[in-house]
Design a protein around this ligand. Structure first.
Ligand code: SF4
Length: 387
C-alpha cells in the first residue's frame, strides 16, 4: 500500500469535456451528444478564461495532478488538449512529470490522436473498457466491441507510460465464475491500475425506466456482495489490491489525482458541471459550474466563469467530507487531521460499537480505516461516525 501522505494531499486541476458520441443508458454523468461538430476552439478559449478566473481565486499554487475527464475527452483534438494544458501551466507552477490523465473511449481511439495527446503532455490514460464480453458491451450501450477495446489497450500501453481501464460488473445474469474469468483476463491486459465498478441503476437514466419495468434485473445484495468479495480476492492475489472501494493498483501506481480527492486535498474544476474544492481566504470553498455546455460557454464569455453554485464549508462540514472521502481508502484517515478539521475527537462509544461490529479498525495509534465489511456499508458507517 502507498505510504499515507494525507498531510500534503495535493492541488489538482480537473477539466470536464462534456461531449460523448452516444449516451450510454446507465450514465448519469454530465455528458451530452451533439449532432453538429463541437466548436473546439470556442471551448478551449472558455476553459482558458475560466482557468484564469480560478487562478485569481487560488493565488499561486503548485499543481500536483491534472485530470481531463468527461464525457469523452478522447473526442478532443490534440490541439485542444494542448491549449488547455498550456493555459494551466501559464497560471500555476506545473512541475515536470506530474500525473496528467485523459479519459478515453475505445471507440474514439486512433494512434495519431493518442500520439498527439502524449506530445501535449498527457502521461496516463484511463480507458472506458467496461466489459470484455461483446453481448454485455451491447447491453451497456457501448459503441465498441472487445476487439476494439483490446486494440485500444495495446495502443495505450505502447504510447503512454501509465494506463488504467474501467470495468463494470454485477451485470444482469453475471455469475461469479464468469466474472472471475473476465477479471483474470482483464488483469492480464492491465498494466498497473484497474477501476472496477458495480452496475448501479441511477434515477433519470434509460436503465432506470427499463429496470423498473422489469426488462432486466441486476444481482441482488448477497450476489453483488459475493461478486465484490471475488473482486477483492482476485485483485489482491494478483498484486493489484484495492486502495479505494473501486480502485485497484500495483503499489505506487495509484491515481495521484483521485488520491487528492480522497485524501481531502484541494482541486479546481473547470468546464460544464465541474466541481472544485479549494482553500480561499483560509476557508474551504465549493464551486459548481453550469452543466449545459453551451450555457456554460456563454457564461464564461460574459463574465469569465461558469460557476452557478457553491458554498463556504463550515469546519464540521469539512470534517464530515474528510471522513466520507478518507474512509473509502484502504489507508484510512489520520485521526489527528480529523481532530484539527472538526475541533473534536470521534465519539469513542460509537467507535467501539462499529469496531465491535467489525466495520472499522484502528491502524496503529493514529489512523482508522473501514474493514472490507465496513466498505460495503460505508455510507452508514460514515453517517454513524459523523453524528
Ligand atoms: S461514454 Fe461515459 S460519459 Fe459518455 S455517456 Fe457513456 S458512460 Fe457516460
Amino acid at each position: 500500500m502507498i505510504a499515507p501522505d494525507d498531510r500534503t494531499p495535493g492541488f489538482g486541476v480537473y477539466v470536464h469535456w462534456p461531449f460523448c458520441a452516444a449516451k450510454c443508458p446507465y450514465c448519469d454523468f454530465n455528458s451530452h451528444v451533439r449532432h453538429q461538430p463541437v466548436d473546439q476552439e470556442r471551448f478551449a478559449a472558455a476553459f482558458a478564461a475560466e482557468l484564469a478566473t480560478m487562478r485569481a481565486r487560488t493565488g499561486p499554487r503548485t499543481v500536483t495532478s491534472i485530470f481531463l475527464g468527461g464525457g469523452t475527452p478522447s473526442l478532443m483534438k490534440p490541439q485542444t488538449v494542448s491549449a488547455v494544458l498550456d493555459a494551466i501551466a501559464r497560471h500555476w507552477t506545473v512541475p515536470q512529470g506530474i500525473e496528467v490523465t485523459l479519459e478515453a473511449n475505445p471507440s474514439s481511439v486512433e494512434a495519431e490522436r493518442f500520439r498527439g495527446y502524449r506530445a501535449a503532455g498527457v502521461n496516463r490514460v484511463s480507458l472506458g473498457v467496461q466489459a470484455l464480453n461483446d453481448a454485455d458491451l451491447k447491453f451497456l450501450g457501448r459503441l465498441h466491441n472487445v476487439g476494439e477495446a483490446l486494440h485500444a489497450i495495446g495502443l495505450a500501453r505502447e504510447i503512454f507510460p501509465r494506463l488504467s481501464f474501467d470495468l463494470i460488473y454485477a451485470r444482469p445474469k453475471q455469475t461469479p465464475e464468469a466474472w472471475e474469468k473476465e477479471l483474470e483476463e482483464a488483469i492480464g491486459h492491465a498494466a498497473d491500475h484497474l477501476s472496477l465498478y458495480q452496475l448501479t441503476i441511477e434515477e433519470g437514466t434509460p436503465f432506470h425506466a427499463l429496470h423498473a419495468a422489469k426488462k432486466f434485473a441486476i444481482p441482488d445484495g448477497d450476489h453483488a456482495a459475493d461478486l465484490y468479495a471475488i473482486t477483492q480476492e482476485i485483485t489482491a492475489a494478483r498484486g493489484l489490491p484495492a486502495y479505494e472501494v473501486s480502485n485497484h493498483a500495483r503499489p505506487g501506481a495509484e491515481s495521484r489525482h483521485n488520491l487528492t480527492y480522497w485524501r481531502y486535498g484541494e482541486y479546481v474544476g473547470v468546464g460544464p458541471g465541474a466541481h472544485g474544492r479549494f482553500v480561499e481566504g483560509g476557508r474551504r470553498v465549493v464551486t459548481i459550474a453550469e452543466r449545459m455546455p453551451e450555457t456554460w460557454a456563454n457564461l464564461v464569455e460574459a463574465r469569465g466563469h461558469g460557476i452557478v453554485d457553491g458554498e463556504l464549508l463550515s469546519r464540521s462540514e469539512e470534517a464530515d467530507e474528510f471522513l466520507l472521502m478518507g474512509l473509502r481508502l484502504a489507508e484510512g484517515i489520520d485521526l489527528a487531521r480529523y481532530e484539527a478539521l472538526s475541533g473534536r475527537t470521534l465519539a469513542s462509544n460509537r467507535l467501539s460499537i462499529l469496531q465491535g461490529e467489525g466495520l472499522v479498525a484502528p491502524v496503529g495509534n493514529s489512523r482508522l480505516r473501514a474493514t472490507p465489511q465496513g466498505m460495503i456499508v460505508l455510507d452508514a458507517v460514515v453517517a454513524d461516525l459523523a453524528r
